[in-house]
Design a protein around this ligand. Structure first.
Ligand SMILES: Cc1cc2nc3c(=O)[nH]c(=O)nc-3n(C[C@H](O)[C@H](O)[C@H](O)COP(=O)(O)O)c2cc1C
Length: 369
């Protein structure tokens, strides 16, 4: 029903309207649990029991299968019961920022249908870290939840003030004490000042600036992951990895965020140029993100969560073969609909059974391709 009815309906609206409608409907459905009985009509089965060979334990946390929800879809932490019901094995909630922000003016998201991709410049719209954490208190999920923090979308908050802004969110999350993981988003291309913290000097200053917050944490800090973009040259990525390795509290990476690149697209150049600035996501960045995962895996032994253009089982396997232990998706959910996670898990299960592979891991993923 999603492909035949709902998607054509949503795609007849502008990307911004469809986004608003989807998030409102999803938040309503998350609050009204009886509505989950309607999910089979959009391809979400009632019974969902992933094969035990798909599970993995990382950082001492159990994941039933590799596929999680990427940050940005549930910025407010209001969709958790629904996303768990769709079958995701883990969620990255946010990005949330120390101060609330409405983000950028509309239009701020665009569909590139021929590329199965999106461009967005949402601009880190969220109600602020303390408010999002309050939303999260409404439901305790049975799957791991990462809390994703970024710098407030305000061009006047720069340098040392920017570091303090991250520190404030981090301190609130550590005091809250219920995050299974924390993701430090240092790679959002849609910041008001047009800069990220991915530059090695800025990153070094940021991580050193957060040392005190970590030391003073009233609860044992959960593993903290660094979310990077796939626009980095291999040498810069290696430098960033070395900087991250100096901090024992950085225990993994999320690769990748959206891209500022526009090459290799099928959509006509003038149409894409008219969309303006923003981060590209979806199929168009799949290859770049997989390449970056491979580079990252060659310079770290920390676990990597692979993100960028995951739409089906093959995409999961390619990310895992490159070195990812888990994957996340956002744009694939928009294009493939709410049944996509269960479909991927079922396809991975069939492939493992056909090929006699008992456990899925970065080491065995290639056998299934
Ligand atoms: C509309 C939109 C909003 C996003 N917002 C965030 C965000 O707030 N924080 C973040 O870390 N990533 C954000 N992302 C990036 C995604 O989490 C993901 O890294 C990226 O889209 C690549 O994955 P995909 O191809 O599966 O979409 C956003 C992506 C989209 C499309």
């Amino acid at each position: 029903m999603y492909n035949a009815l709902l998607r054509p309906l949503l795609f007849s609206l502008s990307s911004d309207q469809a986004h608003e409608l989807t998030i409102h409907a999803a938040a309503w459905s998350a609050r009204n649990r009886w509505s989950h009985s309607l999910l089979p009509f959009v391809g979400v089965k009632r019974r969902f029991q992933p094969l035990s060979g798909l599970s993995t334990t990382l950082w001492g946390i159990h994941f039933h299968h590799p596929v999680g929800l990427a940050a940005g879809f549930d910025k407010e932490g209001e969709l958790v019961p629904l996303m768990q019901r769709l079958g995701f094995s883990h969620l990255d909630i946010g990005s949330m920022t120390a101060k609330p922000s409405n983000g950028n003016p509309l239009p701020r998201s665009f569909r590139l249908k021929r590329d199965a991709s999106l461009i967005n410049r949402m601009g880190l719209n969220n109600s602020g870290t303390s408010s999002v954490l309050r939303h999260l208190d409404a439901f305790k999920p049975s799957i791991p939840r990462s809390v994703n923090i970024a710098k407030t979308h305000d061009p006047t908050i720069l340098g040392e003030e920017g570091i303090q802004d991250y520190a404030q969110s981090l301190s609130e999350v550590l005091t809250w004490g219920k995050a299974d993981l924390i993701t430090l988003n240092v790679s959002c291309p849609n910041t008001a000042e047009g800069k990220t913290f991915e530059n090695p000097d800025s990153l070094s200053a940021l991580l050193s600036g957060l040392d005190t917050t970590i030391k003073e944490s009233p609860t044992a800090p959960p593993p903290i992951l660094l979310k990077l973009s796939c626009d980095l040259e291999k040498t810069v990525l290696t430098e960033i990895t070395q900087i991250a390795h100096k901090k024992a509290w950085i225990q993994g990476f999320v690769m990748s965020n959206t891209s500022t690149r526009r090459d290799g697209l099928i959509e006509p150049t003038d149409r894409v140029s008219a969309m303006g600035k923003g981060g590209l996501s979806g199929k168009a960045i799949a290859g770049w993100s997989t390449q970056s995962i491979e580079w990252l895996a060659s310079s770290t032994s920390h676990p990597i969560i692979g993100v960028g253009g995951v739409f089906n089982a093959r995409d999961v396997l390619e990310k895992m073969q490159a070195g990812a232990s888990l994957v996340q998706m956002y744009t694939g959910l928009v294009y493939e609909g709410p049944g996509v996670v269960q479909r991927i898990v079922s396809d991975l299960t069939s492939l493992m059974q056909q090929k006699g592979v008992e456990t899925l891991s970065p080491q065995t993923a290639g056998l299934l391709l």
